[in-house]
Design a protein. Structure first.
Length: 318
């Protein structure tokens, strides 16, 4: 209960009630994990109108169909709805599959992003785009700052970085958040996978030599909403955003297993032993000094957010 009260207090500071003029906000990829997290908190942007779009319909979620790989389709929706802000939650995120599916990964992570940026520039729209820790080179032993060298080490990362480059080339107004290891009660993510596997299996091997920081999707939503509702859309630039702290995938899994009360024995293994087909960063912790200073925020430790998420999940998913 103390933890729930703590989290409730943290979120209570984000019940926005701005007096600024209403804006029309387009959310792409609205049926994915981050898109659903935005839906769940959309009441916090009560002064604005939100248009939820995706390329695939969902009978449970009100969705306008939009294929962002079509520049004309994006332009049509943005003009008809008089959009002021685009929040791009759409992405090709299957890191393994991307290795053999470059064309589709690049279409969604780069070409579609260029379409959004192009229309944003034409229509004086601010593009809020979500990128990844994978764009960095994995050679540092200290948290990455926004200006560190970008050196993608797999296809997924290369296409995400190409999307970042496209935004810069087009020259639209933008705010770019690089994030990592996203989890929540929505969609598919590592936390939900571990909850399932630790319930089903007696033992489980998880890599210990990849270190980063999880991101609780509603925390990312909170900073996005703050930018919009406090009219900070002129703070163009790139910002790193995750929860605080750092952890390996193994330690993350151990924490999830412990919180769930499951009896699975989680064992550490190396990336080589795990045998993945794709190279992933060994170290991708992000420095969040810029985003905290620019927007005046504090960010909870990842373990607090994991604990809160677990407590609020339906019992059938724990």
């Amino acid at each position: 209960m103390a933890l729930l009260k703590s989290m409730s207090g943290l979120w209570s500071t984000n019940n926005y009630s701005s007096d600024i003029i209403n804006m029309n906000i387009l959310v792409t990829g609205a049926n994915g994990q981050l898109g659903q997290a935005i839906r769940a908190q959309s009441h916090r942007l009560q002064n604005h109108n939100i248009v939820f779009t995706d390329v695939i319909s969902n009978d449970m979620l009100e969705t306008i169909l939009l294929d962002i790989t079509s520049e004309d389709a994006v332009r049509s929706v943005c003009k008809s709805a008089q959009i002021n802000v685009i929040i791009n939650c759409a992405a090709y995120t299957d890191v393994e599959k991307a290795e053999t599916d470059f064309e589709m990964a690049n279409l969604i992570n780069c070409d579609a992003v260029r379409n959004l940026a192009t229309v944003a520039k034409e229509c004086d729209i601010t593009l809020i785009h979500i990128s990844t820790d994978y764009v960095y080179d994995s050679r540092k032993a200290a948290p990455y700052v926004e200006t560190d060298e970008k050196h993608p080490i797999n296809v997924y990362a290369s296409t995400k970085y190409a999307g970042e480059v496209a935004i810069h080339e087009v020259g639209c107004k933008f705010i770019l958040f690089r994030t990592a290891w996203m989890f929540s009660g929505f969609g598919s993510n590592f936390m939900k996978t571990m909850l399932r596997l630790t319930a089903e299996k007696e033992t489980l091997n998880v890599v210990y030599d990849q270190v980063g920081t999880p991101t609780y999707a509603p925390e990312l939503v909170s900073i996005i909403f703050k930018v919009i509702d406090e009219d900070k859309l002129d703070m163009t630039g790139e910002y790193n955003f995750t929860n605080e702290g750092s952890v390996s995938w193994y330690d993350f899994a151990v924490a999830i297993n412990y919180l769930s009360g499951h009896n699975c024995k989680v064992n550490p293994c190396s990336s080589e032993e795990y045998g993945s087909k794709v190279i992933r960063p060994n170290y991708s912790v992000l420095d969040k000094s810029k985003v905290k200073k620019t927007f005046g925020i504090t960010i909870p430790h990842w373990l607090i957010s994991v604990s809160y998420t677990h407590l609020t999940l339906p019992t059938t998913e724990r």
